[in-house]
Design a protein around this ligand. Sequence first.
Ligand SMILES: *[C@@H]1O[C@H](CO)[C@@H](O)[C@H](O)[C@H]1NC(C)=O
Ligand SMILES: *[C@@H]1O[C@H](CO)[C@@H](O)[C@H](O)[C@H]1NC(C)=O
Ligand SMILES: *[C@@H]1O[C@H](CO)[C@@H](O)[C@H](O)[C@H]1NC(C)=O
Length: 441
Amino acid sequence: MVLLSVKPLFSILVFTLSLLLILVLLSSPTPFFLYRTSSDSHAGEVDIWSVRRLVEWRPCKWWLQGHLTALPLETNGYIRVDCYGGLNQMRRDFCDGVGIARLLNATLVLPKFEVASYWNETSGFADVYDVNYFIQQMNGFVKVVKQLPPEIASKEPVPVDCSKRKGQFDYVESVLPSLLEHKYISITPAMSQRRDRYPLYAKASLCQACYKALRLTKSLEMKASKLLEAIPKPFLSLHLRFEPDMVAYSQCEYPGLSPASMKAIEAAPQGDRKPWTGELARIWRKRGKCPLTPNETALVLQALSIPASTNIYLAAGDGLMEIEGLTGIYTNVFTKSSLLSGEDFISMHGNTKAALDYYVSINSDSYIATYFGNMDKMVAAMRAFKGLHKTLFLSRRAFAELTFQGLKDKELMQALWKAHRDDFALGRGYALPECFCDFKL
Ligand SMILES: *[C@@H]1O[C@H](CO)[C@@H](O)[C@H](O)[C@H]1NC(C)=O
Ligand SMILES: *[C@@H]1O[C@H](CO)[C@@H](O)[C@H](O)[C@H]1NC(C)=O
Ligand SMILES: *[C@@H]1O[C@H](CO)[C@@H](O)[C@H](O)[C@H]1NC(C)=O
């Protein structure tokens, strides 16, 4: 018990000290050490990837050693994780669920991947991920079974919905009693769980599940590698989030949109959400809430000195709008639909397409996202796991602030360069802190 309470305290101390160090580094507006690089302008000769990195994210040691803690002999019961939303959201929730199962000394059964109606989906967990590989990779981290023992095999799990819980949520307090009572429960993980109270072996199970044990099924991987092969190299994978559902969800004003785009936004799920207007729209935009348009994205890429001849794979959903804003400047842009044969493409659903984008993006030379969504977090972390560090999230906030300041042309480009150069050098936001530790270079 004493050991259990000392370890989190120690982690909190280390965490606080690291945070302080980062704050000190960031509080000086232009950290002096950044200027020692020759790449202090967007003059065109050097691109953003040539900036010297000062911090690099790597898998934490306690994760890679996590299997050293023996699994309990007795199980407290069986847990099924029920996942909803897009592919990467389901994956994130599933990973959380694995951590919870280990925390509760439970046995995991295969998760249920619910399929979002507007995605028109049929793919469940086993259609996307290699089940046997998963079970094998989780060996020693958490117990996983394909089949329930006979005495509960005929039962439906008792649902324990944690997803709507507000405030800090503790699974041992809240869920363990149900597990012990019913022996078979299903959970939908809550966003606000107290992971700081997890013993490291539970966190390690989460990390192992998310970043090491999930591999696409053979047939999906074959499709994905065919796609990857077809893209000219080297290439940048660009996750450009400007689909109608994204824009509707954002509640941002975009005055210059074509009538076709306006119609698509109204027809999207959440299309009834009205954009903010006037001063509220300004505040909203300044807070970095508004997805970059393809136009704006092209401008920022230019500010980062990414040459117009760069091969770009567009990792994006169907119906990406106003794409001419990008392709007018970056002419070597490739999409799934342009590279895959018609019938291959038509037979695919949302989850399958998302899996292809994911696969290409964790294998590309560089990855840039215009948003910071579930896919971006997953891809950034996987890239860090594989030692790929040319990863960057474009700053919507910097873009909004600088344009509101009235900066234009060269001045704007210069300011955008500086904002992103610092992000890249300091590895800001490019891996999930949960399973990755920052390493000073
Ligand atoms: C799980 O088992 C470990 C020993 O392996 C024990 O220390 C821990 O308290 C158990 N947790 C629960 C929630 O049963
Ligand atoms: C959903 O899929 C079915 C069969 O694959 C198809 O007929 C239908 O048009 C699709 N609906 C949408 C909204 O894409
Ligand atoms: C994108 O930029 C072009 C000119 O570069 C402009 O004509 C067009 O209106 C812009 N589109 C949007 C949506 O801002």
